[in-house]
Design a binder for this molecule. Structure first.
Ligand SMILES: [Zn+2]
Ligand SMILES: [Zn+2]
Length: 155
């Protein structure tokens, strides 16, 4: 399988990298504590790619987290340099949530802000952003997982 016009994300040293179809499933800003611990950033800009629309190269070290939804997620960082690159998130149908700043020539356009209940007080949210105090409501999650299922079938 070859992706036309793929986008690339690399760790600090380049050992761990990911290529994906340029079309994202969802882009959001996550303010949760787990992401903050994993990335060391006050909030995390994430671009999700559906299963089958991305490939990972290199060795990663993983950390399993329960996730606020209880559905679980696995953070992947480089086995060599330790820089975090992406997480596979079951709440989003097992899609890969890639740290947007790691994506080369990529324009980040978040649709929503999630887990604002855990955000740092100094983080100011855009006035008109769509915000969820925790994960988006179940209906949104279910809809997303259905889209992922359809995409998987097509792949
Ligand atoms: Zn690395
Ligand atoms: Zn998070």
């Amino acid at each position: 399988m070859k992706f036309s016009q793929p986008v690339h994300a690399r760790c600090e040293c380049g050992q761990l990298w990911l290529e994906a179809k340029s079309r994202t499933l969802l882009q959001l800003v996550c303010h949760c504590t787990d992401c903050r611990e994993a990335t060391g950033q006050p909030f995390t800009e994430v671009a999700f790619f559906a299963p089958g629309s991305y490939r990972v190269h290199g060795e990663s070290q993983t950390e399993q987290m329960a996730g606020g939804t209880g559905l679980g997620k696995v953070y992947h960082s480089c086995a060599e340099c330790g820089s975090p690159l992406y997480a596979t998130v079951n709440a989003v149908g097992g899609s890969a949530g890639v740290i947007a700043s790691r994506l080369e020539s990529f324009k980040f356009r978040p649709a929503l802000h999630v887990w604002t209940s855990e955000k740092l007080s100094e983080t100011k949210l855009p006035l008109f952003a769509i915000k969820f105090s925790e994960a988006p409501p179940n209906a949104a999650g279910t809809a997303l997982r259905a889209v992922v299922k359809r995409l998987k079938k097509r792949a």
